[in-house]
Design a protein around this ligand. Structure first.
Ligand SMILES: [Zn+2]
Length: 146
């Protein structure tokens, strides 16, 4: 059972997810499908959260679909028909929204597109990709600079 206690924060998570799609998905059709998936996920979480369980160990969301009577466990992958066809599904969107909501606003795990590729996070968000002062280029082309 999943209950959104803080609707303001959940709203912000949804807004951020939509903004991220806007920024990272270039294909118009894919963008539209993800936006639809997020909209459906938002409604499902609010209305049918009682049929969902979040598992923090593997960041997955278990969703019992009353429509199909199937149980889906979504994190980056899903068992539904849409996922099989390589399309965004609301299960995965819901899993991500719930994860971001439950884990707080500062968590940023990148975004998977329909082929499972993770969009790169900005370097500033990943400590080991920050500019390391101790690694210096010694040459630029044939010119020794160090
Ligand atoms: Zn799915």
């Amino acid at each position: 059972m999943l209950q959104i206690e803080n609707k303001d924060r959940f709203g912000k998570v949804v807004a951020d997810a939509l903004a991220k799609i806007e920024l990272t998905v270039t294909d118009a059709g894919t963008k539209k499908r993800w936006i639809n998936a997020i909209a459906k996920a938002t409604a499902e979480i609010e209305e049918n959260g009682v049929f969902m369980t979040y598992l923090p160990e593997d960041h997955s969301l278990i969703i019992w679909s009353q429509k199909s009577n199937n149980i889906y466990t979504a994190n980056g992958v899903c068992q539904c028909r849409a996922f099989e066809q390589g399309s965004p599904c609301f299960h995965r969107a819901a899993a991500r929204l719930v994860r971001l909501y439950l884990e707080g606003e500062n968590v940023n795990h990148g975004l998977q597109n329909e082929s499972g590729k993770i969009f790169p996070l900005e370097a500033k968000e990943i400590p080991y990709l920050k500019n390391n002062s101790y690694i210096k280029a010694e040459r630029v082309g044939s010119v020794r600079i160090n």
